[in-house]
Design a protein around this ligand. Structure first.
Ligand code: ATP
Length: 452
């Protein structure tokens, strides 16, 4: 069996045709770089989110959950630095009228990090060193700092409308609730607060399918700790984050941890590591773990005049905790899982597409396939029994058994169960494994145990 055709175009076509991801607003020509998740896509996403919540909140005895809003008081974004700093250097080539991120072009050409070059030097570099780009001669405009936040308006009376932003990260909703959470639950440091939710960034160069979009979902934990303990906690969460991604079935050889060097670090950050995945278009960040110091809480203390702080019972002094933040995008994680599990195999001169996705994440764990429609009633009884036992199952009665096996392989269903005429008498069914394609005959009464 050989593995071929693992390229983005084939994968995207497969995901669209089999109900994982659709172009958003398709009947109106779509909305650029916007995708909807179909029935199979949302099934995996729900499982990813449950796995994250279990790992980062429920299994960490000191961590709790939160659901803050997408629309927040705009002063939050002043304090966090997003209004003044959250921007990308946008440049346009007047020859072909295309827009680019100047920092990306600089990195591509020099292989250096753009964090160590200021905007004036970047503009000088573009005008003097980049005379041809993207198959065109160049005539560059000035660089424009393009803020990534989506601005909208709140209120109905025209004159009273207030400018407001869609959140570009979920983290700030956690920081501003620090006192509420710590005091209402009487939490002792260190503790973490996590949430899952949509974030929005008006990205200059969205693309690569669901890798970089303007609306996406994040799973973020803010872990509040003592400064002297923070490096240890940072290392703990780098390691935990990596293990979490591996636990979802992504192969270790498709992953790497990239430690940011000094110049790359945000001014407030003590250390940052990214966990990257080798997508068909190159290495890309799935998850970032940063040591944020006490920058966010201190900044809100200054802007809000409310003290977000902790009374340390060991010495009765107030202190501002240090924060460790593991942050991961649901959409990028989903894409990594799908790319990593997509396989095309040649079996007896025919092609088999198989998603070798972890059986606990697959859209369905089991497919129930009556040999003929006449046996549907008895097969459906098995289906409902599995569903009642919280085992994700699907039911398919159309087409030959061989074709139905292939269809289930291609969407990652781990077991296929065939109910045939003999099943009526011997109360046994044939159960087939997606990866080995081996089949076994077992008693209907033993299915649940077998699967679990
Ligand atoms: P990048 O450098 O790729 O723009 P980032 O470093 O700005 O990402 P963070 O601000 O650290 O990203 O956000 C945390 C996580 O949110 C990322 O690791 C990624 O998984 C996800 N994420 C960020 N921007 C997007 C986006 N535009 N589309 C999809 N996911 C995103």
């Amino acid at each position: 069996m050989e593995n071929t055709k693992k390229d983005m175009k084939n994968i995207v076509n497969h995901l669209k045709n089999s109900g994982f991801v659709f172009q958003s607003s398709e009947i109106y020509g779509g909305l650029s770089n916007t995708w909807d998740y179909g029935p199979l896509g949302i099934s995996i996403i729900n499982k990813i989110k449950r796995a994250w919540w279990k790992s980062f909140i429920s299994l960490e005895i000191n961590n709790v959950g939160l659901d803050s809003k997408i629309l927040l008081n705009p002063k939050i974004w002043e304090a966090s630095g997003h209004i003044s700093n959250f921007s990308d250097p946008l440049i346009e080539n007047k020859v072909n009228h295309k827009r680019y991120r100047a920092d990306h072009i600089y990195e591509e050409i020099t292989k250096k990090n753009s964090a160590d070059i200021n905007i004036r030097d970047l503009e000088h570099f573009m005008k003097n060193e980049v005379k041809e780009y993207d198959g065109s001669k160049t005539d560059w405009t000035e660089i424009k700092q393009f803020n990534l936040m989506f601005e909208t308006f709140q209120g109905v009376v025209e004159s009273n409308k207030q400018s407001i932003y869609l959140r570009p990260e979920t983290a700030q909703g956690i920081f501003v609730n620090f006192n509420n959470i710590q005091r209402s639950l009487r939490l002792k440091l260190p503790f973490g607060v996590g949430q899952i939710g949509k974030s929005f960034r008006n990205e200059v160069t969205p693309g690569n399918f669901i890798f970089r979009t303007r609306e996406f979902e994040q799973m973020e934990l803010e872990f509040f700790t003592f400064p002297e303990q923070s490096l240890e906690d940072y290392n703990y969460y780098v390691n935990k984050s990596y293990q979490f991604i591996v636990s979802l079935g992504i192969k270790k050889e498709s992953l790497k941890i990239r430690v940011h060097n000094e110049e790359e670090l945000a001014h407030y950050s003590g250390a940052t590591s990214d966990i990257e995945f080798l997508y068909p278009f190159g290495w890309g960040e799935i998850m970032g773990i940063s040591h944020r110091g006490n920058y966010d809480l201190t900044s809100h203390n200054k802007y809000s005049n409310i003290k977000l702080q902790y009374l340390d019972p060991s010495n009765n002094n107030f202190m501002v905790p240090t924060v460790i933040e593991p942050s991961v995008g649901v959409d990028r994680l989903l894409l990594a899982i799908l790319v990593d599990s997509y396989n095309v195999e040649n079996i007896e001169n025919s092609e088999r597409i198989v998603l070798k996705i972890d059986k606990n994440l697959a859209p369905y764990k089991v497919a129930i396939l009556p040999l003929v429609k006449k046996l549907s009633k008895e097969s459906l009884e098995i289906y409902y029994k599995l569903i009642e036992n919280d085992i994700d199952a699907t039911f398919d009665e159309t087409g030959s058994i061989g074709k139905r096996y292939r269809r289930q392989d291609s969407i990652g269903t781990y077991y296929s169960i065939t109910f045939d005429y003999d099943s009526l008498d011997d109360k046994k069914i044939t159960i087939r494994n997606r990866d080995t394609m081996e089949q076994e005959r077992i008693l209907i009464s033993e299915i649940k145990e077998y699967i679990k």
